[in-house]
Design a protein around this ligand. Sequence first.
Ligand SMILES: Cc1ncc(COP(=O)(O)O)c(C=O)c1O
Length: 383
Amino acid sequence: MDFTERVRRIEPSATVAISNKASELGSEGVDVVDLSVGDIVDFDTPENIKTAAKEALDAGHTGYTPSSGIPALKRAIVDKLHDGGLDQYGTDNVMVTPGGKQGLFEVFQTLAEEGDEVVLLDPAWVSYEAMAKVVGADITRVDTAKYDFALEPAVDDLAAAVSEDTDYLVVNSPGNPHGAVYSDEALAGVRDVAVENHITVFSDEIYKEITYDGVESTSLGTLDGMRDRTITFNGFSKAYAMTGWRLGYYAAPEEVVDQAGKIHGHSVTCAVNFVQHAGVEALENTDDAVEEMRRAFQQRRDMLVDLFAEYGTEVPTPEGAFYLMVPVWDDDVAWAEEAIEKAHVATVPGSAFGTSGWVRLAYANSEDRLREGVQRLAEHDLL
Ligand SMILES: Cc1ncc(COP(=O)(O)O)c(C=O)c1O
């Protein structure tokens, strides 16, 4: 077979590759502490959401839905967006997608093309790079690791990196893999850069509900100047422990939704019917369960930051999401290989996210397993 240039430009997901390695060792009987995946390991989808899905199935909601989503879900999404201050969006601005990832993919396909310039704030989630490469865009990377992942000090670097030729910037706050929540000052700086250089911003807010210590994550599209130049992405995977259900959405100016709707309609048709009904329940009646998970993640974060400090490793304290970046050897890939092979702890090398010298550790796992993982790393002189 002859493979296309666009598929040859990308690599398989590094996070999936590592978790496959962890499963392989697991199937050989090795007890692997898998801190590599962005899945929520020890929380199940809240019961009311599961019940809503079962009821929707029993009620016969099994056929295709309107391509952009069922009206009830789009209305609930619009209410949610309005609660967060994004009052520019109505139901015609919303596209319901099978997972947030599909939404990002569709919008990259719709807006970016060969030779366009896409700016990523490193370390950046692995799939942005792949999505940009598939369309043949050029990627410019701005490093935030040197500021312990804070964006405010990196705004000058961002301003220096962009030009009138820059087309798109991806912002992810709270962010994967670093867990930073960008301050309002930093977002205002991004706004100034975007407006001055006519840049469209993709704001990935999939971890918006998961923040700590009372910190709130502001939606970029609420800022003056950003209302029409921001596309807001979100999904149900993280806040509601629904990773396997595949449900997400984006909100954008109507012309973007109309054009991207062609890709959506000709590829996935629509998100799963009964899952969309469950999505309405998630948005409307699940605040307590979300809060319970958020609190548990905060406790784990605190426990981990302290535990690393006890072993002499200072880690930047994340304010959101459920990831932590740990400084390791310059050759983070070699470190991660040693960690999985000797300590049987799976992590993701930072270089997969554009930042070497660090690894990402996901802490959506039980406290016992997390403690066990860190202890094993220490025992094998990896801290
Ligand atoms: C930053 C970020 N955006 C988007 C997604 C996509 O999530 P999903 O497709 O499960 O909605 C993920 C998943 O890991 C993520 O980490």
